[in-house]
Ligand binder design. Structure first.
Ligand SMILES: N[C@@H](CCC(=O)N[C@@H](CS)C(=O)NCC(=O)O)C(=O)O
Length: 226
């Protein structure tokens, strides 16, 4: 079972982290894995390209089955190991719809975080315009307020799609952790802060926490003031 699985991953990559959380939740800890370095361009190696022609991480294999989209891998694992470990997609139609809705909405949050991060990483300092940055920060602030609003409608100690930890949390937590790592003052969003502080202690999150984050404290303030 898990011994037939192989994951190529990079530390700090939310897409890789999603899969690792699911593997933990589904009690598939015996999987084989290889940590690759983005700095050394190891994600463009032949062994990765054989699974993922885009040369990106995660790249995943289960026996002869190759899968490299993180949402695809997570849904595949839940479907193949439905009755093992935590049930991450509920059976009831209404609950399932909300989990799918929130899962894919995380992509909007990811896009708004990365718009700011890539602005700093890719636009040379002398070509940066405060107005573009302010626009992106406003968009992220509005997005975070939306998520804060979702939690305000839920009882305290909820997860993002209700009482239980689901696939929607698998997607949301790494994205929030990434934003915090990039300098987001999450305490401006009290319900998100409460959720993040509580759920990041879950064993599946702690077991898969990016190793280089554990060693190096956050130093970036790219999302300061959002
Ligand atoms: N849609 C893909 C995105 C994967 C992705 O963007 N991976 C990044 C790391 S977070 C990567 O490998 N970047 C290197 C590159 O694109 O060359 C997924 O969700 O699995």
């Amino acid at each position: 079972m898990a011994e037939d699985m192989f994951l190529y991953w990079g530390s700090g990559s939310p897409p890789c982290w999603r899969i690792m959380i699911v593997l933990e939740e589904k009690k598939l800890q015996g999987y084989k894995e290889k940590l690759l370095s983005f700095e050394k361009m190891e994600h463009k190696s032949e062994e990765v390209l054989a699974i993922n022609p885009r040369g990106q991480l995660p790249s995943f294999r289960h026996g002869d089955i190759k899968l490299n989209e993180s949402f695809g891998v997570c849904l595949y694992l839940e479907s193949q190991f439905k009755s093992q470990g935590t049930q991450l997609i509920p059976d009831s139609g209404a609950e399932q719809a909300l989990v799918y809705q929130r899962m894919f909405e995380v992509l909007a949050l990811q896009e708004k975080i990365m718009a700011i991060v890539y602005y700093f990483w890719k636009v040379p300092e002398n070509e940066r315009h405060d107005s573009a940055l302010e626009r992106n920060k406003k968009a992220l602030n509005a997005e975070l307020k939306l998520w804060e609003g979702y939690f305000e409608k839920l009882p305290s100690d909820s997860h993002i799609a209700g009482k239980n930890f689901t696939m929607a949390d698998v997607m949301l937590l790494p994205q929030l952790a990434c934003a915090v790592r990039f300098g987001l003052s999450i305490d401006k969003y009290p319900r998100l802060l409460e959720y993040y502080t509580r759920v990041k202690e879950r064993p599946s999150l702690q077991a898969s926490w990016p190793p280089h984050w554990k060693e190096d404290p956050p130093t970036m303030d790219l999302l300061k003031g959002v």
